[in-house]
Design a protein around this ligand. Structure first.
Ligand SMILES: Cc1cc2nc3c(=O)[nH]c(=O)nc-3n(C[C@H](O)[C@H](O)[C@H](O)COP(=O)(O)O)c2cc1C
Length: 252
């Protein structure tokens, strides 16, 4: 039978609802969160900052990304290089996602840097090279999605970026077995101290072989501009099979 949706308002009520749920109810109460910044109204905030038409788009999505990224920087979007990287392990198909920083973008692809020895993303991409990047630029009400296969960068290429990092981050990359379980903080600090001793007095530290760049080669890029009533403007670039790109407007 159809069950009425129960709409709960403030966070405290939600907590109370959750607290009673486990003890007295076998069916969880469905709850709808108030969108933030809307004075407790359940209506979602409207997107009004811009619109996007096909005649505003560059034929090349990488150039279009450059234009939007530059604009995001000019408009002081908070850390526009912050991006969600999604990966999926095979054969289980389990998906994982995490925030990373985009460090380079050119015709070859979009580059992030990470640990490729122990992290979850490393096991995911070892079994399945397909990845997705998702940017959200709140101040401009814009989203960019990128999908495609990825590949590890050569050590020499990774070294160039590695050398730009502060010493603490270069040491940290060596010390952290990213996403491995630690006994406590002291264990991590002990590993850092060990790496400090190993490279004491050496200004130039080699990039660890388990650390470096991952390049996502775009096969799909979508530019999304929020519009009122959730009737957003969306344009998707896919390869046209002749070395160029096809652009489709997608339904919101
Ligand atoms: C804003 C932000 C930026 C981050 N940038 C990176 C990054 O560039 N590289 C990275 O390895 N982890 C970065 N992290 C940490 C990751 O989110 C994540 O904790 C780590 O990569 C381990 O994830 P995994 O085991 O799923 O691979 C960042 C976290 C935040 C919140």
């Amino acid at each position: 039978m159809y069950k009425a949706i129960r709409i709960v308002q403030p966070t405290l009520t939600i907590r109370r609802t959750l607290a009673t749920m486990s003890s007295s109810q076998s069916q969880p109460t469905r709850r709808i969160l108030n969108p933030s910044g809307t004075n407790d109204s359940l209506q979602a905030q409207q997107y009004t900052k811009g619109e996007l038409n096909i005649d505003q788009l560059h034929a090349d999505p990488i150039k279009q990304f450059d234009i939007w990224f530059q604009h995001a920087q000019d408009e002081k979007v908070h850390q526009p290089e912050t991006v969600t990287l999604s990966t999926a392990e095979l054969p289980s198909g389990r998906v994982s996602a995490r925030m990373v920083y985009l460090k380079e973008a050119d015709a070859r692809g979009f580059v992030i840097y990470s640990n490729w020895g122990t992290s979850r993303k490393s096991t995911d991409v070892a079994s399945n090279p397909q990845a997705a990047l998702t940017f959200w630029w709140h101040e401009l009400e814009r989203q960019v999605r990128i999908e495609g296969p990825c590949e590890r960068m050569e050590a020499e290429e990774s070294q160039v970026y590695y050398d730009t990092r502060i010493r603490g981050s270069r040491v940290g990359a060596w010390a952290s077995q990213q996403s491995k379980v630690l006994r406590d903080r002291a264990e991590l600090e002990g590993q850092v101290a060990e790496v400090e001793r190993r490279f004491e007095g050496e200004e130039r530290i080699p990039v660890p072989e388990f650390w470096g760049g991952l390049r996502v080669k775009a096969e799909m890029v979508e530019f999304w501009q929020g519009r009122p009533s959730r009737l957003h403007d969306r344009f998707r670039y896919t390869r046209d099979g002749e070395g160029g790109w096809k652009i489709d407007r997608l339904s919101p």
